[in-house]
Design a protein around this ligand. Structure first.
Ligand SMILES: Cc1ncc(COP(=O)(O)O)c(C=O)c1O
Length: 456
């Protein structure tokens, strides 16, 4: 067993299923990853010295402040941030993108922003909210092409100030050449923002390459997707651009001086971290990144690639399931697989069968990437209208999404075998009776439910 698997908190959890107790298989790592046990234990010690930061005196205040500040430095080091960059702690990628979009608006109110059809809603809606956007469409193979980006940049003739694009898709696992995108954006006078939510947990990423033309100007990511699920994340980038005239969220920590009729704002990052920050979240993130580095991130990537190849080989045995965007996967793509069932079964029902009968956690739906799903599923305009109406009416039982299995380096070949066997059984119609529960918008078996301890 890979050493790091033992460091995954709960890797050996057993759960009750319709078919008795089973080892739980977690294939929903793209949504959120489990914590590292070693970091969890370290945090238990660290929390004995917990205190607020920056304002207090006494050992615990110094201790917490020192670790919090070092965490920021480590996050920047891990991501190869440049000399002029800062890192602002946020609660997740979504908050990072929103914060950045609002700051960018204050600097470049009339800018045009390029967003991509491959993106998660969290890297679409904030841009749509504030700016005139231009779509970078995916090609027939559901990929983003650099040539197309260049065409758009030329057509826009200097109006584009930012290319905001995901580093990797949470639906297909397709990974984008972020430094080449940066080079192109810069050539046409635009900045580049990378949504690192999926890229950073799977591919060792550095904002700098040594070539300033390839520098990633801005980046956001979530700790909970990189084995530190304690409510933190970061927005990194150039201090000059990130220092808006005035922070949106104001209060304690954001100022240097306040009088009845005067405010002097603090420098970055403080001015953008109003109130008491998530101190344990920041520290556990840095410790986790450090731990992943000590396991050798490149080896973890290689292991994940092995599992991805194994998954694809095994999946090809199935007759009624099709991988979305499968045709041209490369080894750069990471181990997220979305697939649909060629038949009448709802993806939500299939996900329920996997969880209630096999103890396998996956995800079903459109994965917060509706424009991309629409392309991958070949929805016509009418189909889209129909889907929209079903979603609005909460008719998830009739909703045509996909099922997503997202793997991590700590998963195993045996776990993949169990998933494929379970899907084969579904193909043969070998599963219990389920009904659609309107109140929870989910399929559940007739005579079984998970027993969740009555803790709260
Ligand atoms: C590509 C991508 N971007 C952004 C997000 C949003 O991340 P969060 O929910 O942590 O803000 C996700 C979440 O799944 C994602 O996959």
């Amino acid at each position: 067993m890979l050493e790091v698997r033992k460091d995954i908190l709960g890797f050996d959890t057993k759960v009750e299923t319709l078919n008795g107790k089973k080892d739980y298989i977690f294939f929903d790592n793209a949504a959120s990853t489990p914590a590292l046990k070693s970091v969890y234990e370290q945090m238990e010690e660290i929390m004995k010295n917990y205190s607020n930061v920056h304002r207090g005196t006494g050992y615990k205040a110094f201790y917490s402040t020192e670790l919090f500040d070092r965490s920021r430095e480590y996050v920047m080091e891990f991501l190869g941030a440049g000399e002029n960059d800062t890192a602002i702690f946020v609660k997740n990628t979504t908050e990072g993108v929103n914060k950045f979009a609002r700051i960018f608006k204050s600097k470049f109110p009339d800018a045009k922003i390029i967003v991509s059809e491959m993106d998660h809603h969290s890297n679409l809606l904030p841009w749509k909210k504030y700016f005139n956007i231009r779509w970078w469409e995916v090609n027939d193979r559901s990929r983003l092409e650099l040539d197309r980006l260049e065409e758009i940049l030329k057509e826009e003739n200097g109006k584009v100030k930012l290319v905001a694009v995901t580093g990797a898709s949470n639906v297909t696992g397709f990974t984008n050449p972020v430094h080449e995108i940066a080079r192109l954006a810069h050539k046409y006078g635009a900045y580049v923002f990378i949504d690192g939510a999926q890229l950073i947990p799977h591919r060792k990423t550095s904002m700098t390459t040594g070539n300033p033309e390839e520098k990633i100007d801005f980046l956001a990511f979530s700790a909970h997707k990189i084995y530190s699920p304690f409510g933190s994340g970061a927005l990194l980038g150039d201090k000059n651009v990130l220092s808006a005239e005035e922070p949106q969220c104001v209060g304690g920590g954001t100022i240097k001086f306040v009088a009845k009729d005067e405010i002097v704002w603090a420098d970055l990052p403080d001015r953008e971290e109003a109130g008491t920050p998530n101190i344990p979240g920041a520290i556990s993130l840095a410790l986790t990144l450090k731990k992943l580095n000590s396991h050798d991130f490149n080896k973890l990537e290689k292991r994940e690639e092995e599992l991805a190849s194994y998954f694809i080989k095994k999946f090809s045995k199935l007759n009624k399931f099709t991988l979305l965007g499968d045709e041209n996967r490369t080894e750069k793509d990471f181990s997220v697989f979305s697939f649909k069932f060629e038949g009448e079964l709802s993806p939500f029902l299939i996900a329920s069968i996997l969880s209630f009968e096999e103890g396998i956690g996956v995800r079903a739906g459109c994965f917060c990437a509706h424009p991309y799903l629409a392309r991958l599923m070949n929805f016509s305009k009418d189909d889209l209208e129909d889907v929209k109406n079903k979603i609005i009416k909460d008719e998830m039982d009739k909703f045509p999404g996909a099922i997503r299995a997202s793997l991590s380096f700590y998963n195993t070949e045996e776990e993949i075998d169990r998933l494929i066997n379970a899907l084969e059984k579904i193909e043969k119609g070998e599963f219990s009776e389920y009904y659609y529960r309107e109140d929870v918008h989910a399929f559940v078996p007739k005579n079984f439910d998970f027993k969740i301890p009555d803790l709260i």
